[in-house]
Design a protein around this ligand. Structure first.
Ligand SMILES: C[S@@+](CC[C@H](N)C(=O)[O-])C[C@H]1O[C@@H](n2cnc3c(N)ncnc32)[C@H](O)[C@@H]1O
Length: 535
């Protein structure tokens, strides 16, 4: 999170709302900012003189050493003798191993690990039995402290290389503050989406097994890199214990041929069950967990789900079972229609003393405990005087949770959000908490025109919390630069685009663009650009 106070926009507070997953960085000093943003660790100018001469061939087997973590937790490795850089999934800092080159890309290559020679630093036993296969937690056998260090290093290098903030500046320690770790490392996620599939992912040694149709069915998480293969899981350590009870109950019954249930096949588009989404909230009266079970199906056939609903509703923590019907060939979990099969259509959760209703498709920060910490930090960074005189503009407001937590000390909160359902949820949440000084408006912040800003008074504080990963649109950046609000609080789940936006906001668009190393066209052509280009 970055707070950008005053017109000069010089002091930043950077922490990490995206704490639990290692995503990015490594030897960034040699990359162009655009490549960070696109997730490419382009390492063509490593400082090792031999590296230019060495270029591994596809299928070549090499001895490698992992130095640091890059985008999506990939290990940045160097060939022991030459220093040539390769990226390897599941290689962790300090590890020496044998790897096979699978792909050459520009001036670096990708490898698959064949055998570890000596383990990485900060090795811990991964508590989850699926950790070595599952795409969800690739760094579970790296100590939490080391994960936090790697993320902090990532943000630091992005701020320096992309954001153009100098670590030599005496201000840097106030710009980049240490990460606030989470006090729990498991069972913290309040939402998990599992997929049903007709093709079970199997480890290499079991690939020859012939499985009947039913045995090939799976419910779990996507195998990394496969949209059509599912790693079957009976429990997930990221979600709550009651959510694991529900998952186990569904696993016990859904393949029973008598139920006539079939998983949706993403190739043939036949089949019924698409996803199982489990959300954990809290019963406001008892303080105990209450859960929502969301079956996403390809058609509306409630009779087929009857037995599963009976079994699941017997679990005391289950407060809601809904069915999202998604008839499209796409594989998203948002249905065109939603039916309540048992209990309520929403569950509740509290944050900063307010109560929020959560429906199947509304956004809510996935780590409730850290959201409490994050929202307190946002309040601190917003620095509202508390006399009810100031106006807050909450951009990308979702269901209004942040704006509503600030409303008690503000004159008025104006929230902007593109999804109509989220805006409706925000209004409902305002009512639920007796808040009348908040207005939520549906609008696309990538398409703002000259008139944006004319419908509300000049804000004293702008909150931009978690715009989508491509970051802010240039139109919005230009609006904010012109607005000159005394404070901007920017929370991000993509530190690369956040660093780029901070460069624009703090140093001005013209200067920032001038300093960029690659011409715009290359960025556009790189294949990883956001659906819009902010350039
Ligand atoms: C990750 S959520 C964050 C919600 C809220 N700020 C919070 O932290 O709880 C991002 C929100 O931005 C909204 N959004 C994404 N692109 C948008 C756009 N172009 N204009 C307005 N809202 C957008 C999404 O619909 C979503 O509700």
């Amino acid at each position: 999170m970055a707070t950008i106070p005053s017109h000069a926009l010089r002091h930043l507070t950077v922490t990490r709302p995206w704490l639990r997953k290692i995503r990015c960085t490594a030897s960034l000093a040699f990359c162009s900012p655009d490549n960070y943003i696109n997730g490419n660790a382009d390492t063509k100018t490593t400082n090792n003189s031999n590296s230019q001469a060495f270029f591994p061939k596809k299928n070549q087997v090499l001895e490698l050493e992992c130095e640091s973590l890059a985008f999506k937790g990939k290990g940045v490795c160097k060939v022991a003798d030459s220093g040539f850089v390769l990226l390897c999934d599941r290689a962790l800092p300090g590890e020496r191993f044998i790897g096979r080159v699978t792909r050459k890309k520009g001036s670096y290559a990708e490898v698959t690990k064949l055998k570890t020679i000596s383990p990485h630093w900060d090795l811990v036993d991964a508590p989850c039995e699926y950790a070595s296969y599952c795409g969800g937690c690739k760094t579970q056998n790296l100590s939490y402290e080391a994960q936090v260090r790697a993320k902090e290093q990532q943000v630091r290098e992005l701020l320096i290389n992309v954001g153009k903030f100098s670590d030599k500046s005496p201000d840097f320690s106030s710009i980049m503050k240490p990460i606030v770790p989470c006090d729990i490392q498991f069972h913290y996620r309040n939402k998990m989406e599992f997929s049903f599939g007709s093709q079970k992912w199997l480890p290499k040694e079991l690939l020859d097994q012939k499985l009947d149709d039913n045995e090939n069915y799976a419910l779990g998480l996507h195998a990394p890199g496969f949209f059509d293969k599912i790693l079957n899981v009976d429990k997930c350590l990221l979600q709550s214990e009651p959510a694991n009870k529900i998952l186990a109950t569904v696993q016990d019954h859904w393949k029973d041929p008598e139920l006539g249930l079939s998983p949706y096949n993403v190739h043939t588009h036949a089949g019924f069950l698409k996803h199982l989404v489990l959300r954990t909230g809290r019963d406001m009266k008892t303080g105990l967990p209450e859960l929502m079970v969301n079956f996403v199906t390809s058609s509306y056939k409630p009779g087929l789900l009857k037995l599963l609903v009976e079994k699941i509703s017997a679990i005391p923590e289950v407060a809601s079972i809904v069915n999202n019907v998604n008839t499209s060939v796409g594989n998203t979990s948002v249905g065109e229609e939603e039916y309540t099969l048992y209990g309520k259509s929403t569950i509740t959760e509290s944050l900063r003393g307010l109560t929020f209703q959560i429906s199947a498709n509304s956004f809510f920060q996935t780590n409730t405990r850290q959201a409490e910490v994050l929202y307190k930090l946002i309040e601190d960074c917003a620095g509202l005087r508390g006399d009810g005189s100031e106006v807050v503009l909450d951009l990308f407001c979702g269901t209004g949770t942040i704006g509503l937590t600030l409303a008690k000390t503000a004159r008025h909160v104006y929230g902007y959000e593109v999804v109509a359902q989220a805006v409706a949820d925000a209004h409902r949440n305002a009512l639920l908490n007796g808040i009348s000084n908040a207005t939520f408006v549906q609008g696309d912040l990538n398409k703002i025109g000259e008139n944006f800003g004319k419908d509300f008074p000049k804000p004293d504080i702008v909150i931009s919390a978690d715009p989508n990963r491509p970051g802010m649109h240039m139109k919005l950046i230009k609006f904010l630069l012109k607005l000159k609000a005394p404070r901007i609080v920017y929370v991000s789940c993509n530190p690369a685009t956040c660093a780029r936006d901070l460069d624009y906001l703090c140093h001005g668009v013209e200067r920032a663009k001038h300093q960029r190393m690659l011409p715009v066209k290359k960025h556009r052509a790189s294949g990883h650009v956001p659906s819009y280009s902010p350039y």
